[in-house]
Design a protein around this ligand. Structure first.
Ligand code: NAG
Ligand code: NAG
Ligand code: NAG
Length: 210
């Protein structure tokens, strides 16, 4: 009985997240060759090829993470331009924005990419690849200033700038509200899964997905 009710709860989470993802979640497989539903998570991923991003090129990852999204990445030219993804938002609604980066190429470590990430005109973070097989995750929570936000990549100091995935998740009500949010954004410092057996990020049908 206990295990039955556990199962039921998981199914409800699964169904509700699949429904809200259809209307509101945006999951972009940067460099991906087509749209698909990831069977591991039930999330719909769209490729950025041509429709969302017209610059850069899709590169195959030599040592990809096991998730489908990491088989290819999008590499941008090495210049001083900003390459931006425009994501539709609802003004003043809060969102979690997540960008991930897995370089996945071997070669000279000194030439691993190091570049900047911007949200609109604000510098969000510097992405520094030290371990080619690791998935680097940058997350922030923002209150959308208008009907869209731009996530931009630019200014490589080494290597060529790239991105693996970009996700947008609306958050409801006052979750994560702060007094400063119209001028600042909240950056996720760490997500720690205390007592976890592995350091892998948990993202499967087992949890309501954000
Ligand atoms: C947010 O609220 C809307 C409307 O009440 C609901 O449809 C949606 O599923 C909620 N989204 C999340 C992520 O909880
Ligand atoms: C992928 O999905 C996006 C968004 O729904 C759509 O604009 C695009 O045309 C689709 N691409 C393909 C190859 O079906
Ligand atoms: C989109 O895919 C086609 C075919 O795979 C490729 O030739 C083209 O360069 C891609 N466009 C972008 C912007 O990556």
């Amino acid at each position: 009985m206990a295990s039955n009710s556990h199962f039921l709860v998981l199914c409800l989470f699964f169904i509700s997240s699949v429904i809200c993802q259809v209307t509101e979640f945006i999951s972009i497989d940067c460099g991906g060759t087509g749209n698909y539903t990831d069977p591991r998570t039930g999330l719909a991923w769209i490729s950025d090829n041509g429709t969302i991003m017209n610059y850069g090129k899709s590169s195959e990852v030599e040592i990809p993470d096991e998730n489908i999204q990491y088989r290819r990445r999008r590499d941008f030219p090495i210049d001083s331009r900003k390459y931006c993804y425009t994501l539709g938002t609802r003004e003043r609604r809060r969102y979690l924005v997540r960008a991930t980066f897995q370089y996945g190429s071997s070669g000279n470590e000194d030439a691993y990419p190091k570049f900047d990430l911007y949200l609109d005109a604000t510098k969000w973070s510097t992405v520094v690849i030290l371990d080619s097989s690791r998935v680097y995750v940058k997350e922030m929570i923002i209150r959308a200033p208008s009907s869209s936000i731009d996530v931009c990549i630019c200014c490589a100091t080494t290597g060529s700038p790239f991105i693996s995935t970009l996700e947008l998740r609306p958050l409801n009500l006052s979750m994560y509200a702060t007094d400063f949010e119209d001028n600042f954004f909240l950056e996720v410092a760490a997500r720690v899964n205390f007592g976890a057996l592995s350091k892998d990020v948990i993202r499967s049908g087992d949890f309501p997905k954000l």
